[in-house]
Design a protein around this ligand. Structure first.
Ligand code: PLP
Length: 406
């Protein structure tokens, strides 16, 4: 008998998850995983943050917790704490009562939730969403998935291996007024290149002048510099200037809660009433997609953010992660310098956050994998968290070899 689904074409596997699977299947003793953006210890192991363990134990012993549904928009104190974390405790927008927040299925769900709202309610006819070139691959997939056409703005300058500010601002100037711009507030994925505070001010000037809509995707607050406020500079600057905006927040990386899907969409609106209108529409859509968000991850984040002592411990845990990554940037740079690897490599120490955009070509990446069992994405991005004191020499030697011979 025939199936009604016979004609369904097979879709390609997701590139980054396929890379992880290939790494896991590799039996070579020296294999190295520089693919997915997940923190690893110096022993190459996942890290459950000590503060998360503490919160976990407190929850197990709390007889008042149950498994009832959360409200459609999520756990109220978590939503408020998330908004405060990104906008700052002294945010005028929060004091004015014009900040909304929606608990979502982690950062991905928050981007989707904001995008779906824009697809239904953004009033500028035919508005397109501009994403950085390059960016996290899911940005295009999510916006196209909700029916918003996607364009790119220049971001990475391959010559300087830094920010193409001129190209970025130029595209912002020429884009039709009222376009949507998706911006990474810190620790840009995949390049590790962020605008400076001065450059953010210039970006905000053009966003205001052109009446573009700002959609921040913040997956790495605290992970870039190790400092939560510093990493939130861009968002806070925009909000202080009275710009209406969305911020998708992920707690996957900065809490190490990858599988628990703890995220939030923070909404800064012109007035409290407009905030209510937006939240009510998102509640209506969220009901039809997930009904209500999962409790576990948001309870952990909530406990930590709303307890001053746990909050301090979290900041220490964050510094531990950020500093180990900064140390590994230096170590890799030093090894390449010792080897005299052709080319300039200071971008490895200048870039910030989880990733480094090495400049390795797709052909070189293939040799890294086939000859050295070192796994990284085809665009030459490496997850710095995969590097440790045991494998940094090996990784540097492999890079040296492919740069000289490919
Ligand atoms: N946005 C960016 C730029 C990311 O790099 C990631 C994760 O890699 C996410 C969003 C979403 O992550 P998650 O849905 O796991 O919180």
């Amino acid at each position: 008998s025939t199936s009604v689904f016979e004609k369904v074409p097979a879709a390609p596997a997701d590139a980054i998850f396929a890379l992880t699977a290939a790494y896991k299947a590799d039996t070579h003793p020296n294999k190295v995983d520089l693919g997915i953006g997940a923190y690893r210890t110096n022993e190459g192991k996942p890290w459950v943050l000590p503060v998360v363990k503490k919160a976990d134990r407190a929850m197990v012993n709390d007889d008042n917790l149950d498994h009832e549904y959360l409200p459609i928009l999520g756990l109220m104190p978590f939503r408020m704490a998330a908004a405060k974390l990104i906008l700052g405790a002294n945010s005028n927008a929060i004091a004015d009562g014009r900040v909304g927040a929606v608990q979502c299925i982690s950062g991905t769900g928050a981007v989707f939730t904001g995008a779906q709202f824009l697809a239904r309610h953004y009033p500028v006819k035919g508005a397109e969403c501009y994403i950085s070139k390059p960016t996290w691959a899911n940005h295009r997939a999510i916006f196209e998935g909700v029916g918003i056409p996607v364009r790119e703005y220049p971001y990475w300058d391959p010559v300087t291996k830094g920010l193409d500010l001129k190209g970025l601002l130029g595209t912002m100037q020429t884009a039709p007024a009222g376009s949507i711009f998706l911006l990474h507030p810190c620790a840009h994925n995949p390049t590790g290149v962020d605008p400076t505070p001065e450059q953010w001010k210039q970006i905000a000037d053009v966003m205001v002048a052109k009446g573009h809509f700002t959609f921040f995707d913040c997956a790495y607050q605290g992970f870039a510099s190790g400092n939560l406020a510093r990493d939130a500079f861009s968002v806070r600057h925009f909000a202080e200037r009275g710009i209406e905006l969305f911020v998708a927040q992920s707690f996957s990386k900065n809490f190490g809660l990858y599988s628990e899907r703890a995220g939030n969409l923070t909404i800064v609106a012109r007035t409290p009433q407009i905030k209510d209108q937006i939240e009510s529409q998102i509640a209506k859509s969220q009901r039809a997609v997930i009904s209500n968000p999962p409790a576990y991850g948001s309870r952990i984040v909530n406990l930590v953010l709303n307890d001053p002592q746990l909050n301090r411990e979290w900041e220490e845990n964050l510094s531990t992660m950020a500093n180990r990554i900064i140390d590994m940037r230096k170590a890799l740079f030093d090894e390449l310098t010792k080897l005299g690897t052709p080319g300039k490599w200071d971008h490895i120490v200048n870039q910030i956050g989880m990733f480094s955009f090495t400049g390795l070509t797709t052909a070189q990446v293939k040799v890294m994998k086939d000859k050295y069992h070192i796994y990284l994405t085809d665009n030459g991005r490496i997850s710095m968290a995969g590097i440790n004191t045991n494998n940094v020499k090996y990784v540097a030697q492999a890079i040296d070899d492919v740069v000289r011979h490919q």
